[in-house]
Design a protein around this ligand. Structure first.
Ligand SMILES: NC(=O)c1ccc[n+]([C@@H]2O[C@H](COP(=O)([O-])OP(=O)(O)OC[C@H]3O[C@@H](n4cnc5c(N)ncnc54)[C@H](OP(=O)(O)O)[C@@H]3O)[C@@H](O)[C@H]2O)c1
Length: 363
């Protein structure tokens, strides 16, 4: 088989770790000798030994002279990683084929240099785009300490996210909603604004597919979140975080009540218009090792993320319906003319159930 086919298998293996390995990258590795896979592994938790080592040490025969395939350059940012490189070198593999170079500033390219110095043939850039895409959360976070931000919205054809009474159940099909639960399970955290809690009483958990629940974050400047809300009543895993204004630090009784329900409170600065400062919030989430954030609305939250250029991508599920009036995708967002419109390109699109899913990146 070609190198590319083996890297494709490494990619598929790496995907099995989605939602389980953060803040580490997704990695799949194979050891191939005489065109036969003699060892394979992938990262399934952040604390495991590197998959490259597991693949080599689990080989059914002596790995000497074989080729190691891995979707990401092995890490070299810590002493532990250097030991990992030493173990790769000690195995006497003769070749390593790498999908994407690790752009982590403390790592990038160092492993490749060390492996080459040890006489191992190193090939890089195999299915590079796909390998880079798979670890987009890791790359953004390791380069900026800020989570990768995905805005996910469900709209009608005419760009409405709810009818005029604020009802948004359901704009899209059950297939799209299942995919949304899949997205939740793959992101470290989801975030919504207070008005969406008030209107929808959501749980923000993963129920329609198998997978772990993300952290659930509410922007609530005034600490108004009701104790009767499903978010608090069903906070069984204690993953609920309420972000509120610093000025609420003195409301000790209210804070104690939230904390007794397992709610974590993050105090954040607010802007002149009283909205919480999103840039400061993303920084705080990064400090908590949250590498990816799925922003689920509503309109005001989408608008502020977009106007402050904080999104890395937008996922729109378009349901084939027209409302004419209702809540718009953006709220309080004012572009003066078409020439000043924010511009995006379509990265990809797909049909999901009856809906169209479009992935957009800012130009
Ligand atoms: N179709 C969809 O994809 C979708 C998804 C979600 C929601 N929805 C619908 O959207 C509607 C609610 O949207 P909405 O625009 O009224 O409100 P929203 O975006 O859900 O929440 C906005 C509220 O969040 C709080 N907030 C604090 N800091 C903020 C910041 N920096 N940026 C934005 N908000 C901040 C503010 O309330 P405080 O001042 O009280 O903190 C603000 O009024 C509902 O009808 C819901 O059903 C639709």
């Amino acid at each position: 088989m070609l190198d590319e086919s083996y890297i494709q298998i490494a990619l598929e293996l790496a995907k099995k770790g989605k939602g389980k390995v953060s803040p580490k990258p997704l990695v799949g590795s194979l050891v191939v000798k005489n065109d036969k896979i003699i060892g394979a592994s992938y990262r399934n938790s952040p604390d495991e030994v590197s998959p490259e080592i597991l693949a080599i040490e689990g080989t059914k025969e002596n790995p000497e002279g074989s080729t190691l395939y891995t979707n990401l350059e092995p890490c070299s940012s810590s002493q532990k990683d250097f030991n990992c490189l030493d173990r790769i070198i000690a195995s006497k593999i003769s070749r390593i084929v790498i999908g994407s170079v690790n752009t982590n500033p403390s790592s990038g390219g160092n492993s490749i240099k060390k492996l080459k110095r040890a006489g191992i043939e190193v090939i890089t850039g195999m299915l590079e785009k796909e390998c880079y895409e798979l670890n987009k959360f890791y790359f953004k976070y390791s380069n900026s300490s800020i989570p990768y931000v995905t805005l996910k919205m469900a709209t009608t054809i005419d760009g409405k996210i709810a009818d005029k009474s604020g009802n948004s159940k359901w704009i899209t099909s059950v297939e799209s909603r299942s995919m949304n639960h899949q997205l939740r399970s793959e992101h470290d955290a989801v975030l919504i604004g207070y008005n969406t809690v008030k209107k929808d009483n959501p749980q923000l958990t993963v129920r329609l597919v198998e997978g772990r629940n993300p952290k659930r974050i509410i922007l609530d400047s005034e600490l108004k979140l009701s104790h009767h809300s499903d978010l608090i009543q069903k906070n069984y895993d204690r993953n609920l975080i309420v972000v509120t204004s610093k000025k609420n630090k003195t409301r000790k009784k209210k804070i104690a009540k939230f904390e007794a329900s397992g709610v974590e409170i993050i105090f954040a600065p607010h802007k002149k218009n009283d909205d919480l400062d999103l840039t400061a919030i993303l920084k705080k989430l990064g400090e908590k090792n949250i590498t990816s954030l799925l922003v689920e609305g509503g309109g005001k939250v989408f608008s502020n993320f977009i106007s402050e250029k904080l999104e890395d991508e937008i996922l729109i599920f378009v349901g084939p319906k027209i409302l004419g009036n209702g809540y718009s995708l953006t709220n309080g967002f004012d572009v003066k003319s078409l020439s000043k419109a924010l511009k995006y390109y379509i990265k990809d699109y797909d049909k999901v159930g009856d809906d169209l899913l479009i992935r957009l990146i800012r130009r």
